[in-house]
Design a protein around this ligand. Structure first.
Ligand SMILES: [Zn+2]
Length: 168
């Protein structure tokens, strides 16, 4: 992967920072869209349970296909196209699909950054790209440390900007 937690957490943090610091009207990106964005940040890894269902549940003899179909620009473009289709019909739906597009694209970016690689141009090209930071640092702990630092920094940011401790 990176871990599922990294995908959900990092996507939510980036969307939340965008909402806090770049968006003039926060109502354009309600908090539940940020939450849906976090789920979309995990969406490409749906191929893992899908494979499990196909092979273990339905007993089909399919080759392992993690990080192929759902980790491509094509998969992200499906949601981008939906966002564009809805642009004039339903602005809210359009925005929601834009958030999902971001979640999916950001997932592919994180996998590119941390893992041995993704093939974003599949099925047009099998070329695999990736910086494999986790492998290169060969420290699984490094990613967990990074997670913790990002989470703590974000909580500090939320406390500073929204005084979240008032709600606890
Ligand atoms: Zn993935």
């Amino acid at each position: 992967m990176p871990q599922a937690v990294v995908h959900v957490l990092f996507t939510i943090i980036v969307l939340d920072l965008f909402r806090d610091h770049f968006l003039k009207n926060k109502r354009e990106l309600p908090l539940h869209y940020v939450f849906i964005g976090g789920i979309a940040g995990l969406l490409p890894d749906i191929d893992v349970p899908l494979f499990w269902i196909l092979s273990n549940f339905l007993g089909l003899n399919v080759p392992w296909f993690h990080r192929i179909f759902t980790h491509t620009f094509l998969f992200a473009v499906i949601f981008l196209a939906l966002s564009l289709v809805y642009f004039d019909l339903n602005r809210k739906a359009s925005r929601l699909f834009a958030v999902i597009t971001f979640g999916v694209a950001f997932h592919i970016f994180l996998d590119w950054l941390f893992t041995g690689g993704v093939a974003p141009l599949y099925p047009f090209s099998d070329a695999v790209y990736g910086l494999n930071l986790v492998g290169k640092l060969s420290l699984p702990l490094a990613i967990e440390g990074l997670e913790a630092i990002v989470l703590l920094w974000w909580l500090w940011h939320e406390e500073k900007t929204h005084k979240i401790s008032d709600f606890i």
